[in-house]
Ligand binder design. Structure first.
Ligand code: PEP
Ligand code: MG
Length: 580
């Protein structure tokens, strides 16, 4: 029998991680099924029957098809078409008959289990589609998805992918692929908690863009039983099982406050009237339309690779013109900063990156792919220029992963050749921050990518949960690199007699307290997920530039990230008032 004390301990069991998107909600947990592992290729048991296994494959095909059709019936538009097409694939003769053929002992490699046969048949269909190129090549991913569903069904395991449920739930997982996060329906998934994953991973970024309270690196949350009610605090980074009354009140209060914080009406000013434009980070035209509706003063980062993450081949110039044009159309007459393709590490693009690199974060990624795949960048710049001509946005263009002034000069030359007037660079490699005056001499502006700048300054993979405390943009070393960049840009501006503004488009800009510090360090614009605009603006409105400079000096002088954060937060009472 439980005594009251141990019952209370059990009731209040808490998991601590890193809060990556503010918000307090309560709901039942649903676990993300684990990815389907490759079935072993070993010998089949003595009582193996090819006929019996063939029937199991046919049954699995029917079950997966029926399940996908049932899901298709619950969604509308493009999502429905995609699910219906995938449902058809589950019964595709090439896949199913191909698998059944592989069961027989007389095929190359000998008899296979149903699971193994489906695995190999799926691989061969996907390879054929890839070889056909174009639209067909893009279907290869869908075949591999169906293959995983068939193998899960054969094993009696839940289907891979985001669970489907009638009622809203809190999604728990070890980690999520960016593609999984992109398919989350915020009406169904009310918060996201992962046992792994870093605070600057693209999964965390997408969760923030969807406005989902999220906690990453909370060891153990992937073991919480389905249906367990938990309280998630996305600012504190905690997940509490069976929340007591005061946590229920906190969740209710957050719901009220968040609707009050939902609106941002620019222009954003500090308490003394200084204008600090708040811009949006977007990946598609649809994101841009939402950002414009949220009051963003422009786009500070268009992640062009997000338009083409599912592509096996380079998009055509025409396709690119359309994709970028959709973003420009949402911001007529306003600034839109387009970043050229940033492929590599956790955002591989098969037509640009080499999947076999031993250290992808230090590999041929971002601007560097111009060396390995010459022509792709020039064609992208041509498409950006054509889209600019067709729309009225003020287009700035920047290259990711610039490390040297020579690279900045080469990129500026390519922009000029394409007729693009405002070339810039991301400062996300420490060498670019350390040589900012020379780098900025070559271009018109810089944007600090604090996500990568932090990972490279701290030598800590931004995707790794256990390194979350190193991967913190409040680290004094990162703040020092921001200072060096702003100071270098001032020198370059003075030498050129022209402003060379430095913005921030990393996730640091979306942390309202850190946004104050960045402004105090000399940053001119802040770009973030549209959802963060209102909170950042509400906090910036409470400080003058001189106060922001004082808080920035305090953060720079702190001995640790935690000390810097605590010292600055203590000076901003608005944060507690707004529950941020
Ligand atoms: C960054 O590194 O801070 C950045 C904005 O780029 P991304 O997150 O896309 O790497
Ligand atoms: Mg980056």
């Amino acid at each position: 029998m439980n005594n009251g004390v141990s019952a209370a301990v059990t009731l209040q069991q808490q998991f601590s991680g890193v809060g990556v998107a503010a918000g307090r909600v309560i709901g039942p947990v649903r676990q993300m099924p684990k990815p389907v592992q490759e079935p072993a290729a070993g010998p089949v048991p003595a009582d193996f029957s090819a006929e019996f296994e063939a029937q199991r494959i046919k049954d699995a095909g029917k079950a997966v098809r029926a399940e996908l059709q049932a899901r298709a019936a619950t969604v509308a538009g493009e999502g429905r078409e995609v699910l219906e097409a995938t449902a058809l694939m589950a019964a595709d003769p090439m896949l199913i008959k191909g698998a059944i053929k592989l069961l027989a002992a007389d095929t190359a490699g000998g008899a296979r289990s149903a699971e193994r046969a489906v695995w190999e048949s799926g691989a061969s269909v996907a390879a054929k589609l890839t070889a056909l190129g174009g639209y067909m090549a893009e279907r290869a991913t869908d075949v591999l998805d169906v293959r995983a569903r068939l193998v899960a069904d054969l094993r009696g395991l839940p289907a891979p992918g985001i669970p489907v449920a009638e009622a809203p739930f809190i999604l728990a997982a070890e980690d999520l692929a960016p593609a999984d996060t992109a398919t989350l329906d915020p009406a169904k998934v009310i918060a996201l908690v992962t046992s792994s994953g870093g605070p600057q991973s693209h999964t965390a970024i997408l969760a923030r863009a969807l406005g989902l309270p999220a906690v990453v690196a909370a060891v153990g949350v992937d073991g919480i039983a389905d249906g367990t009610e938990v309280y998630v605090d996305g600012a504190a980074g905690t997940v509490t099982v069976a929340p007591a009354a005061e946590l229920r009140q906190a969740a209710a209060a957050w719901t009220e406050r968040s609707s009050a914080l939902a609106a941002f009406a620019g222009p954003n000013t500090l308490a003394d009237g200084v204008h600090i434009p708040l811009l949006a980070n977007v990946g598609t035209g649809a994101d841009a339309a939402k950002a414009a509706a949220s009051g963003a003063e422009g786009v500070g980062l268009l992640r062009t690779e997000f338009c083409f993450l599912d592509r096996a081949e380079e998009p055509t110039v025409q396709e690119q013109i359309e994709a970028y044009g959709a973003v420009f159309a949402a911001f007529p007459g306003k600034k839109v900063v387009v970043r050229t393709l940033d492929a590599g590490a956790d955002k591989p693009l098969p037509f640009l990156t080499n999947a076999d690199e031993p250290n992808p974060a230090l590999g041929v990624r971002g601007y560097r792919t111009d060396l390995s795949s010459p022509g792709v960048l020039a064609r992208q710049l041509e498409a950006i220029a054509a889209a600019e001509a067709a729309h009225g946005a003020e287009v700035w263009v920047m290259a990711p992963m610039i490390s040297t002034a020579d690279e900045a000069a080469a990129f500026a030359g390519m922009c000029a050749a394409a007729g693009l007037r405002t070339p810039g660079v991301m400062v996300e490699v420490p060498s670019a921050a350390l040589t900012a005056a020379s780098v900025l001499r070559e271009v018109s502006f810089a944007s600090l990518g604090t996500n990568d700048l932090t990972q490279y300054a701290m030598a800590a993979d931004r995707q790794l949960g256990p390194l979350a405390s190193l991967n913190d943009p409040w680290q004094p070393a990162v703040l020092a690199l921001v200072t060096l960049t702003a100071d270098g840009a001032s020198l370059a501006s003075a030498a050129a007699g022209l402003p060379k503004p430095v913005g921030v488009c990393g996730e640091a800009a979306a942390d309202p307290a850190l946004a104050v510090v960045l402004v105090g360090l000399g940053v001119a614009t802040l770009s973030m997920s549209a959802r963060a605009l209102a909170a950042v603006s509400a906090v910036l409105a409470t400080v003058t530039l001189a106060e922001a400079q004082r808080l920035a000096a305090m953060a720079l002088a702190a001995p640790s990230a935690a000390a810097a954060r605590a010292a600055v937060r203590a000076e901003l009472p608005i944060l507690a008032e707004l529950g941020l």
